[in-house]
Design a protein around this ligand. Structure first.
Ligand SMILES: NC(=O)NCCC(=O)O
Ligand SMILES: [Zn+2]
Ligand SMILES: [Zn+2]
Length: 463
Protein backbone atom coordinates (compact mmCIF):
# COMPACT_ATOMS: atom_id res chain seq x y z
CA UNK A 1 0.00 0.00 0.00
CA UNK A 2 1.54 3.33 -1.14
CA UNK A 3 0.12 6.68 -0.03
CA UNK A 4 1.42 9.94 -1.48
CA UNK A 5 0.82 13.19 0.40
CA UNK A 6 1.45 16.03 -2.00
CA UNK A 7 2.18 19.75 -1.78
CA UNK A 8 1.96 20.29 1.98
CA UNK A 9 4.40 22.10 4.25
CA UNK A 10 6.13 19.29 6.08
CA UNK A 11 6.85 20.38 9.65
CA UNK A 12 9.55 19.16 11.98
CA UNK A 13 11.31 20.44 15.10
CA UNK A 14 13.43 22.80 13.05
CA UNK A 15 10.75 24.29 10.81
CA UNK A 16 8.90 23.51 7.60
CA UNK A 17 9.50 22.82 3.92
CA UNK A 18 7.08 22.23 1.03
CA UNK A 19 7.53 18.57 0.10
CA UNK A 20 5.79 15.37 -0.90
CA UNK A 21 5.71 12.47 1.55
CA UNK A 22 5.67 8.91 0.31
CA UNK A 23 4.33 6.27 2.68
CA UNK A 24 4.90 2.59 2.00
CA UNK A 25 3.03 0.21 4.26
CA UNK A 26 3.38 1.43 7.85
CA UNK A 27 6.40 3.69 7.42
CA UNK A 28 7.58 6.84 5.69
CA UNK A 29 9.56 5.89 2.58
CA UNK A 30 10.63 9.36 1.45
CA UNK A 31 10.26 13.10 1.91
CA UNK A 32 11.03 14.64 -1.46
CA UNK A 33 10.77 17.71 -3.69
CA UNK A 34 7.18 18.12 -4.93
CA UNK A 35 6.58 16.12 -8.12
CA UNK A 36 9.30 13.55 -7.45
CA UNK A 37 6.79 10.68 -7.39
CA UNK A 38 4.13 10.15 -10.07
CA UNK A 39 0.68 10.14 -8.44
CA UNK A 40 -0.39 7.10 -10.46
CA UNK A 41 2.24 4.98 -8.69
CA UNK A 42 0.37 5.44 -5.39
CA UNK A 43 -2.78 3.67 -4.21
CA UNK A 44 -3.97 6.81 -2.44
CA UNK A 45 -3.06 10.44 -3.06
CA UNK A 46 -3.81 13.04 -0.40
CA UNK A 47 -3.55 16.64 -1.58
CA UNK A 48 -2.13 18.72 1.27
CA UNK A 49 -1.66 21.96 -0.67
CA UNK A 50 -1.97 24.91 1.73
CA UNK A 51 -1.85 22.59 4.74
CA UNK A 52 0.70 21.44 7.26
CA UNK A 53 1.95 17.87 7.28
CA UNK A 54 3.29 17.09 10.73
CA UNK A 55 4.26 14.10 12.85
CA UNK A 56 1.34 12.69 14.82
CA UNK A 57 1.07 14.15 18.30
CA UNK A 58 2.40 12.24 21.30
CA UNK A 59 0.46 12.75 24.50
CA UNK A 60 2.79 11.48 27.21
CA UNK A 61 0.28 11.91 30.05
CA UNK A 62 -3.18 10.33 29.93
CA UNK A 63 -5.40 8.46 32.37
CA UNK A 64 -7.91 6.19 30.64
CA UNK A 65 -10.21 4.17 32.93
CA UNK A 66 -8.24 5.41 35.91
CA UNK A 67 -9.54 4.57 39.40
CA UNK A 68 -9.79 7.74 41.51
CA UNK A 69 -11.90 8.79 44.47
CA UNK A 70 -14.27 5.82 44.24
CA UNK A 71 -14.93 6.13 40.52
CA UNK A 72 -13.14 5.70 37.17
CA UNK A 73 -12.15 8.30 34.58
CA UNK A 74 -14.82 8.26 31.91
CA UNK A 75 -12.83 7.46 28.77
CA UNK A 76 -11.96 3.85 28.07
CA UNK A 77 -8.88 3.09 25.99
CA UNK A 78 -11.26 2.69 23.06
CA UNK A 79 -13.08 6.03 23.37
CA UNK A 80 -10.04 7.94 24.60
CA UNK A 81 -7.69 6.87 21.82
CA UNK A 82 -10.40 7.51 19.20
CA UNK A 83 -10.79 11.05 20.56
CA UNK A 84 -7.00 11.40 20.52
CA UNK A 85 -6.96 10.41 16.84
CA UNK A 86 -9.64 13.00 16.01
CA UNK A 87 -7.36 15.61 17.57
CA UNK A 88 -4.20 14.56 15.71
CA UNK A 89 -2.61 12.57 18.53
CA UNK A 90 -1.36 9.20 17.31
CA UNK A 91 0.45 7.99 20.44
CA UNK A 92 -0.56 8.10 24.07
CA UNK A 93 1.46 7.09 27.10
CA UNK A 94 -0.97 6.17 29.86
CA UNK A 95 -0.31 5.63 33.56
CA UNK A 96 -0.75 2.16 35.05
CA UNK A 97 -1.69 2.68 38.71
CA UNK A 98 -0.23 0.42 41.39
CA UNK A 99 -2.78 0.08 44.21
CA UNK A 100 -1.07 0.08 47.61
CA UNK A 101 -0.23 -3.48 48.60
CA UNK A 102 -0.14 -4.92 45.09
CA UNK A 103 2.72 -5.61 42.73
CA UNK A 104 3.94 -3.53 39.78
CA UNK A 105 3.87 -6.48 37.41
CA UNK A 106 0.28 -7.49 38.20
CA UNK A 107 -0.63 -3.82 37.69
CA UNK A 108 1.08 -3.85 34.33
CA UNK A 109 -0.85 -7.01 33.35
CA UNK A 110 -4.10 -5.24 34.26
CA UNK A 111 -3.27 -2.25 32.07
CA UNK A 112 -2.36 -4.52 29.16
CA UNK A 113 -5.76 -6.21 29.58
CA UNK A 114 -7.56 -2.87 29.53
CA UNK A 115 -5.72 -1.45 26.52
CA UNK A 116 -4.96 -4.53 24.41
CA UNK A 117 -7.21 -4.85 21.36
CA UNK A 118 -9.02 -1.60 22.14
CA UNK A 119 -6.81 1.27 21.05
CA UNK A 120 -7.25 3.30 17.87
CA UNK A 121 -3.64 4.56 18.02
CA UNK A 122 -0.38 3.29 19.47
CA UNK A 123 0.14 3.38 23.21
CA UNK A 124 2.74 2.90 25.91
CA UNK A 125 2.63 2.89 29.70
CA UNK A 126 4.32 4.65 32.57
CA UNK A 127 3.98 3.02 35.99
CA UNK A 128 2.65 4.86 39.05
CA UNK A 129 4.55 3.60 42.08
CA UNK A 130 2.51 4.15 45.22
CA UNK A 131 4.09 1.50 47.43
CA UNK A 132 7.88 1.62 47.65
CA UNK A 133 9.39 -1.50 49.24
CA UNK A 134 12.14 -4.02 48.48
CA UNK A 135 9.86 -6.02 46.20
CA UNK A 136 8.57 -3.08 44.12
CA UNK A 137 12.08 -1.69 43.77
CA UNK A 138 13.13 -5.03 42.24
CA UNK A 139 10.04 -4.99 40.05
CA UNK A 140 11.08 -1.63 38.62
CA UNK A 141 13.83 -3.53 36.78
CA UNK A 142 11.25 -5.97 35.39
CA UNK A 143 9.09 -3.06 34.24
CA UNK A 144 12.04 -1.60 32.35
CA UNK A 145 12.61 -5.02 30.73
CA UNK A 146 8.92 -5.02 29.78
CA UNK A 147 9.24 -1.64 28.02
CA UNK A 148 7.88 0.52 30.83
CA UNK A 149 10.83 2.72 31.62
CA UNK A 150 9.29 5.68 33.45
CA UNK A 151 7.77 5.78 36.93
CA UNK A 152 5.48 8.40 38.38
CA UNK A 153 5.59 9.22 42.07
CA UNK A 154 3.46 11.55 44.17
CA UNK A 155 4.43 14.12 46.77
CA UNK A 156 0.66 14.79 46.98
CA UNK A 157 -2.33 12.69 48.09
CA UNK A 158 -1.15 11.35 51.51
CA UNK A 159 -2.65 7.93 52.21
CA UNK A 160 -3.36 7.25 48.55
CA UNK A 161 -0.43 7.68 46.15
CA UNK A 162 1.91 9.70 48.39
CA UNK A 163 5.54 8.69 48.91
CA UNK A 164 7.84 10.04 51.61
CA UNK A 165 11.11 11.75 50.68
CA UNK A 166 12.92 8.60 51.79
CA UNK A 167 10.83 6.41 49.51
CA UNK A 168 11.35 8.82 46.62
CA UNK A 169 15.09 8.76 47.28
CA UNK A 170 15.12 4.96 47.11
CA UNK A 171 13.14 4.87 43.86
CA UNK A 172 15.35 7.54 42.33
CA UNK A 173 18.40 5.47 43.24
CA UNK A 174 16.87 2.51 41.42
CA UNK A 175 16.09 4.69 38.37
CA UNK A 176 19.72 5.82 38.28
CA UNK A 177 20.77 2.16 38.24
CA UNK A 178 18.38 0.85 35.61
CA UNK A 179 18.27 3.84 33.23
CA UNK A 180 14.65 4.79 33.82
CA UNK A 181 13.04 8.14 34.59
CA UNK A 182 11.20 9.33 37.67
CA UNK A 183 8.21 11.54 36.90
CA UNK A 184 7.02 13.65 39.82
CA UNK A 185 3.66 15.03 40.87
CA UNK A 186 5.22 17.85 42.86
CA UNK A 187 2.83 19.36 45.40
CA UNK A 188 3.37 19.33 49.17
CA UNK A 189 0.48 17.02 50.05
CA UNK A 190 1.10 17.02 53.80
CA UNK A 191 0.72 20.81 54.03
CA UNK A 192 -2.17 20.81 51.55
CA UNK A 193 -4.12 18.31 53.67
CA UNK A 194 -3.90 20.71 56.63
CA UNK A 195 -5.25 23.57 54.51
CA UNK A 196 -8.04 21.37 53.18
CA UNK A 197 -9.07 20.27 56.69
CA UNK A 198 -9.08 23.90 57.88
CA UNK A 199 -11.20 25.10 54.93
CA UNK A 200 -13.74 22.33 55.48
CA UNK A 201 -13.83 22.93 59.25
CA UNK A 202 -14.61 26.60 58.53
CA UNK A 203 -17.52 25.55 56.32
CA UNK A 204 -15.92 26.24 52.92
CA UNK A 205 -16.88 23.33 50.66
CA UNK A 206 -17.16 24.98 47.25
CA UNK A 207 -14.92 24.00 44.28
CA UNK A 208 -12.79 27.17 44.30
CA UNK A 209 -11.43 26.05 47.69
CA UNK A 210 -9.57 23.34 45.78
CA UNK A 211 -7.46 26.16 44.34
CA UNK A 212 -7.10 28.14 47.57
CA UNK A 213 -5.90 25.10 49.52
CA UNK A 214 -3.21 24.16 46.99
CA UNK A 215 -1.25 27.43 46.70
CA UNK A 216 1.49 27.77 44.08
CA UNK A 217 4.16 28.07 46.78
CA UNK A 218 3.48 24.45 47.76
CA UNK A 219 4.05 23.36 44.17
CA UNK A 220 7.27 25.41 44.06
CA UNK A 221 8.49 23.93 47.34
CA UNK A 222 7.80 20.34 46.30
CA UNK A 223 9.41 20.90 42.90
CA UNK A 224 12.58 22.23 44.54
CA UNK A 225 12.62 19.29 46.94
CA UNK A 226 12.21 16.77 44.12
CA UNK A 227 15.04 18.45 42.23
CA UNK A 228 17.27 18.24 45.31
CA UNK A 229 16.49 14.54 45.80
CA UNK A 230 17.25 13.90 42.12
CA UNK A 231 20.54 15.75 42.45
CA UNK A 232 21.58 13.68 45.45
CA UNK A 233 20.79 10.42 43.63
CA UNK A 234 22.05 11.47 40.20
CA UNK A 235 18.70 10.55 38.68
CA UNK A 236 17.02 12.39 35.82
CA UNK A 237 13.72 13.97 36.80
CA UNK A 238 10.59 14.88 34.86
CA UNK A 239 8.09 17.18 36.56
CA UNK A 240 4.56 16.43 35.37
CA UNK A 241 1.74 18.95 34.86
CA UNK A 242 3.71 21.99 36.01
CA UNK A 243 1.30 24.86 36.63
CA UNK A 244 3.01 27.53 38.74
CA UNK A 245 5.66 30.19 38.12
CA UNK A 246 7.38 29.16 41.37
CA UNK A 247 7.83 25.59 40.10
CA UNK A 248 9.04 26.82 36.72
CA UNK A 249 11.73 28.97 38.38
CA UNK A 250 13.00 25.93 40.27
CA UNK A 251 13.16 23.88 37.05
CA UNK A 252 14.87 26.69 35.12
CA UNK A 253 17.50 27.13 37.83
CA UNK A 254 18.25 23.40 37.92
CA UNK A 255 18.56 23.27 34.15
CA UNK A 256 20.83 26.33 34.15
CA UNK A 257 23.01 24.43 36.62
CA UNK A 258 23.24 21.52 34.21
CA UNK A 259 20.94 19.11 36.05
CA UNK A 260 18.92 16.59 34.02
CA UNK A 261 15.55 18.07 34.96
CA UNK A 262 12.67 18.32 32.50
CA UNK A 263 9.10 19.51 32.80
CA UNK A 264 5.79 19.41 31.01
CA UNK A 265 2.83 21.72 31.23
CA UNK A 266 -0.72 21.18 30.00
CA UNK A 267 -3.14 23.27 27.91
CA UNK A 268 -5.43 23.90 30.88
CA UNK A 269 -2.67 25.82 32.66
CA UNK A 270 -2.02 27.88 29.54
CA UNK A 271 -5.65 28.86 28.91
CA UNK A 272 -7.78 28.41 32.04
CA UNK A 273 -7.50 30.01 35.48
CA UNK A 274 -8.81 30.02 39.03
CA UNK A 275 -11.68 32.15 37.71
CA UNK A 276 -13.00 29.00 36.07
CA UNK A 277 -12.76 27.12 39.36
CA UNK A 278 -14.77 29.93 40.95
CA UNK A 279 -17.75 29.53 38.58
CA UNK A 280 -21.01 29.44 40.56
CA UNK A 281 -23.60 26.65 40.92
CA UNK A 282 -20.87 24.02 41.39
CA UNK A 283 -19.75 24.54 37.76
CA UNK A 284 -16.22 25.14 39.05
CA UNK A 285 -16.07 21.39 39.73
CA UNK A 286 -15.52 20.85 36.01
CA UNK A 287 -12.11 22.49 36.46
CA UNK A 288 -10.92 20.61 39.55
CA UNK A 289 -7.57 19.00 38.79
CA UNK A 290 -4.28 18.90 40.65
CA UNK A 291 -2.26 21.03 40.64
CA UNK A 292 -5.16 23.49 40.45
CA UNK A 293 -5.77 26.19 37.87
CA UNK A 294 -3.81 29.28 38.87
CA UNK A 295 -4.13 33.06 38.65
CA UNK A 296 -3.87 34.18 35.02
CA UNK A 297 -0.44 35.77 35.58
CA UNK A 298 1.15 32.30 35.66
CA UNK A 299 0.16 31.75 32.02
CA UNK A 300 2.66 34.36 30.81
CA UNK A 301 5.48 32.50 32.55
CA UNK A 302 4.38 29.14 31.19
CA UNK A 303 4.30 30.37 27.58
CA UNK A 304 7.77 31.84 28.10
CA UNK A 305 8.93 28.51 29.55
CA UNK A 306 7.74 26.78 26.38
CA UNK A 307 9.76 29.22 24.26
CA UNK A 308 12.94 28.83 26.34
CA UNK A 309 12.62 25.03 26.61
CA UNK A 310 12.46 25.13 30.41
CA UNK A 311 9.14 23.48 29.64
CA UNK A 312 10.00 20.79 27.11
CA UNK A 313 6.70 18.99 26.62
CA UNK A 314 2.98 19.70 26.46
CA UNK A 315 0.81 16.79 27.59
CA UNK A 316 -2.84 16.83 28.58
CA UNK A 317 -3.11 14.94 31.88
CA UNK A 318 -6.38 13.79 30.28
CA UNK A 319 -8.42 12.43 33.20
CA UNK A 320 -12.09 13.04 32.44
CA UNK A 321 -14.91 12.74 34.95
CA UNK A 322 -18.49 13.52 33.96
CA UNK A 323 -20.03 16.57 35.63
CA UNK A 324 -23.17 14.63 36.34
CA UNK A 325 -22.74 11.82 38.87
CA UNK A 326 -18.92 11.93 38.97
CA UNK A 327 -17.91 15.53 39.73
CA UNK A 328 -21.15 15.69 41.75
CA UNK A 329 -19.61 13.27 44.28
CA UNK A 330 -17.98 16.38 45.76
CA UNK A 331 -21.04 18.63 46.10
CA UNK A 332 -20.60 20.44 49.40
CA UNK A 333 -17.11 18.98 49.96
CA UNK A 334 -14.56 20.01 47.31
CA UNK A 335 -12.06 17.42 48.58
CA UNK A 336 -14.35 14.66 47.25
CA UNK A 337 -14.54 16.01 43.69
CA UNK A 338 -12.63 13.55 41.47
CA UNK A 339 -9.46 15.30 40.30
CA UNK A 340 -8.94 15.63 36.58
CA UNK A 341 -10.08 17.25 33.35
CA UNK A 342 -10.69 16.10 29.78
CA UNK A 343 -8.29 17.28 27.08
CA UNK A 344 -6.75 14.55 24.90
CA UNK A 345 -8.72 15.67 21.82
CA UNK A 346 -7.74 19.33 21.79
CA UNK A 347 -4.06 19.59 22.70
CA UNK A 348 -2.82 19.97 19.13
CA UNK A 349 -5.47 22.61 18.34
CA UNK A 350 -4.91 24.56 21.55
CA UNK A 351 -1.16 24.68 21.01
CA UNK A 352 -1.65 25.65 17.37
CA UNK A 353 -3.70 28.51 18.76
CA UNK A 354 -0.52 29.46 20.64
CA UNK A 355 1.23 29.68 17.26
CA UNK A 356 -1.59 31.85 15.89
CA UNK A 357 -1.30 34.14 18.94
CA UNK A 358 2.48 34.47 18.46
CA UNK A 359 3.34 32.69 21.72
CA UNK A 360 5.33 29.86 20.14
CA UNK A 361 6.70 29.05 16.68
CA UNK A 362 5.46 26.29 14.40
CA UNK A 363 8.67 24.41 15.12
CA UNK A 364 8.04 24.61 18.89
CA UNK A 365 4.47 23.40 18.36
CA UNK A 366 5.80 20.23 16.73
CA UNK A 367 8.71 19.89 19.13
CA UNK A 368 6.72 20.20 22.37
CA UNK A 369 3.76 18.10 21.20
CA UNK A 370 5.55 15.35 19.25
CA UNK A 371 9.32 15.33 18.80
CA UNK A 372 10.49 15.95 22.37
CA UNK A 373 8.05 13.54 24.04
CA UNK A 374 9.21 10.93 21.51
CA UNK A 375 12.85 11.57 22.37
CA UNK A 376 12.34 11.78 26.08
CA UNK A 377 10.28 8.62 26.38
CA UNK A 378 12.28 6.36 24.10
CA UNK A 379 10.18 6.47 20.94
CA UNK A 380 12.41 8.55 18.63
CA UNK A 381 12.99 8.31 15.65
CA UNK A 382 10.22 5.76 15.25
CA UNK A 383 7.78 8.47 16.39
CA UNK A 384 7.89 12.25 16.58
CA UNK A 385 9.29 13.02 13.14
CA UNK A 386 8.45 12.55 9.46
CA UNK A 387 11.59 10.98 8.04
CA UNK A 388 12.43 7.85 6.03
CA UNK A 389 12.00 4.80 8.26
CA UNK A 390 9.75 6.52 10.79
CA UNK A 391 6.27 5.22 11.47
CA UNK A 392 3.83 6.96 9.14
CA UNK A 393 1.97 8.68 11.97
CA UNK A 394 1.05 11.82 10.09
CA UNK A 395 -1.39 14.68 10.58
CA UNK A 396 -2.56 16.85 7.72
CA UNK A 397 -3.60 20.08 9.42
CA UNK A 398 -5.52 22.96 7.87
CA UNK A 399 -4.14 26.13 9.50
CA UNK A 400 -6.90 28.38 8.19
CA UNK A 401 -9.94 26.29 9.17
CA UNK A 402 -12.07 27.60 12.04
CA UNK A 403 -13.74 25.47 14.69
CA UNK A 404 -15.56 25.94 17.96
CA UNK A 405 -14.85 23.49 20.76
CA UNK A 406 -17.97 21.99 22.31
CA UNK A 407 -19.11 18.93 24.23
CA UNK A 408 -21.83 18.58 21.58
CA UNK A 409 -19.23 17.77 18.92
CA UNK A 410 -16.23 16.35 20.76
CA UNK A 411 -15.52 12.62 20.84
CA UNK A 412 -14.38 12.18 24.45
CA UNK A 413 -16.81 10.22 26.65
CA UNK A 414 -17.48 13.10 29.00
CA UNK A 415 -20.49 15.38 29.30
CA UNK A 416 -18.72 18.75 29.25
CA UNK A 417 -15.82 20.55 27.63
CA UNK A 418 -13.43 22.67 29.66
CA UNK A 419 -13.12 24.89 26.58
CA UNK A 420 -16.84 25.11 25.66
CA UNK A 421 -17.39 27.81 23.01
CA UNK A 422 -13.72 28.58 22.44
CA UNK A 423 -13.00 29.38 18.79
CA UNK A 424 -9.83 27.92 17.33
CA UNK A 425 -8.02 28.76 14.12
CA UNK A 426 -6.81 25.52 12.55
CA UNK A 427 -8.22 22.00 12.44
CA UNK A 428 -7.14 18.46 11.75
CA UNK A 429 -8.03 17.30 8.20
CA UNK A 430 -6.59 13.78 7.96
CA UNK A 431 -4.74 11.51 10.37
CA UNK A 432 -2.64 8.47 9.51
CA UNK A 433 -1.56 5.98 12.14
CA UNK A 434 1.24 3.70 10.90
CA UNK A 435 0.16 4.35 7.31
CA UNK A 436 -3.56 3.75 7.84
CA UNK A 437 -5.97 6.66 7.48
CA UNK A 438 -7.84 6.70 10.79
CA UNK A 439 -9.56 10.10 10.53
CA UNK A 440 -10.50 11.94 7.36
CA UNK A 441 -12.38 15.25 7.33
CA UNK A 442 -14.36 14.48 10.45
CA UNK A 443 -14.99 10.79 9.72
CA UNK A 444 -13.52 8.04 11.84
CA UNK A 445 -12.04 5.30 9.65
CA UNK A 446 -9.99 3.52 12.31
CA UNK A 447 -10.76 0.52 14.46
CA UNK A 448 -10.18 -0.61 18.02
CA UNK A 449 -7.10 -2.81 18.09
CA UNK A 450 -5.24 -1.00 15.32
CA UNK A 451 -3.10 0.61 18.03
CA UNK A 452 -0.18 -1.49 19.29
CA UNK A 453 1.82 -1.44 22.51
CA UNK A 454 5.07 0.52 22.36
CA UNK A 455 7.94 -0.88 24.35
CA UNK A 456 10.16 2.03 25.36
CA UNK A 457 13.86 2.20 26.19
CA UNK A 458 15.17 5.52 27.48
CA UNK A 459 18.87 4.76 27.48
CA UNK A 460 19.48 6.50 24.14
CA UNK A 461 18.10 9.82 25.36
CA UNK A 462 19.28 9.89 28.93
CA UNK A 463 22.88 8.68 28.48
N1 LIG B 1 -4.20 15.69 37.65
C1 LIG B 1 -5.32 15.26 38.16
O1 LIG B 1 -6.02 16.03 38.79
N2 LIG B 1 -5.74 13.99 38.00
C2 LIG B 1 -5.01 12.95 37.41
C3 LIG B 1 -4.00 12.32 38.32
C4 LIG B 1 -2.72 13.10 38.34
O2 LIG B 1 -2.09 13.25 37.31
O3 LIG B 1 -2.32 13.55 39.41
ZN1 LIG C 1 -0.33 14.08 38.98
ZN1 LIG D 1 -1.98 12.84 35.54
Amino acid sequence: MRTLITGGTVLGPSGGVVADVLVEGETVAAVATPGTFAPDTADTVLDATGKYVLPGGIDAHTHMEMPFGGTFSADTFETGTRAAAFGGTTTIIDFAVQPKGSSLLSTLDKWHEKAGGNCAVDYGFHMIVSDVNDETLKEMDSCVDAGVSSFKMFMAYPGVFYSTDGEILRAMGKATENGSMIMMHAENGIAIDQLVAKALAEGHGEPVQHGYTRPPELEGEATSRAITLAKVTGSPLYIVHLSAAQALSAVAEARDNGQNVFAETCPQYLYLSIEDLAKPEFEGAKYVASPPLREKSHQTDLWRGLRTNDLSVVSTDHCPFCFKDQKELGKGDFSKIPNGMPGVEHRMDLLHQGVVAGEISLARWVETCATTPARMFGLFPRKGIIAPGSDADIVIYDPSARQTISARTHHMAVDYSAYEGMTITGAVSTVLSRGTIVVDRGDYLGRPGHGTFLSRDLSQYLN
